[in-house]
Design a protein around this ligand. Structure first.
Ligand code: SAM
Length: 203
């Protein structure tokens, strides 16, 4: 008999498809945005690790025509039929890419979301370590591009480096919540840090 995770996984997969989303993951951001009001009409959103584009679909809808969503991924993202979405292929760590982000956004963004994930090995400590490195890359980008008062959503895997990383995030934001969306598998140690009130760059 299939386990609860696989039954629920199939359910969320079918539900995301039914709603026209490119990824199951879109349902996670939808839930986060409904619960924590992470983005609003007119916002400029930077989405890191955006392929295949489920989070972009959610963000594009929420910020509306007055807003802008910039999606970045190592992999190519198939174009989306929205005028408020710009896609960049590249590594979030690249300084050239960061320069492009600065010029497209006009210097600052209101929200950064990061669903970036490494290629998983199945060895928890390795995957956890690599995930934290990517989460730290996202946090560094907040120092460079997030406006004071801005918001952020960062994917992490629980593990030994989680608490030091959470402290690092807490030093930059007035509020940080740990949230596991319903569409996230029980068997996964994945959680999201939902952050409000960016205090401004500490550089
Ligand atoms: C879980 S997927 C994101 C799914 C996406 N949120 C959606 O809803 O369609 C994680 C993505 O992170 C990307 N990624 C990993 N490392 C990256 C990096 N250094 N720079 C940019 N993207 C990266 C991967 O290529 C992968 O597409």
């Amino acid at each position: 008999m299939p386990g609860k995770d696989s039954v629920l996984g199939d359910f969320y997969y079918r539900e995301a498809k039914r709603q026209g989303y490119r990824s199951r993951s879109a349902l996670k951001l939808l839930e986060i945005c409904h619960k924590f009001r992470v983005m609003k009409r007119g916002d400029i959103v930077l989405d890191l690790g955006a392929a295949p584009g489920g989070w972009l679909q959610v963000a594009s809808h929420l910020v509306g025509e007055e807003g802008l969503v910039i999606g970045v991924d190592l992999s190519e993202i198939e174009p989306l039929p929205y005028k408020n979405t710009v896609l960049l292929r590249g590594d979030a760590r690249s300084l050239d890419l960061q320069e492009s982000l600065r010029s497209i956004s006009g210097g600052m963004v209101d929200v950064i979301t990061s669903d970036m994930a490494p290629k998983f090995t199945g060895i928890h400590d390795v995957d956890h370590g690599r995930q934290i490195v990517l989460a730290a890359v996202a946090l560094e980008l907040a120092d460079k591009l997030l406006r004071p008062g801005g918001k952020m959503v960062i994917k992490v895997l629980m593990g030994s480096d989680f608490e030091p990383f959470r402290k690092e995030v807490k030093s930059r934001f007035s509020g940080v919540k740990i949230f596991k969306p319903s569409a996230s598998r029980d068997s996964s140690s994945e959680v999201y840090l939902v952050c409000h009130g960016f205090r401004g760059s500490i550089q």
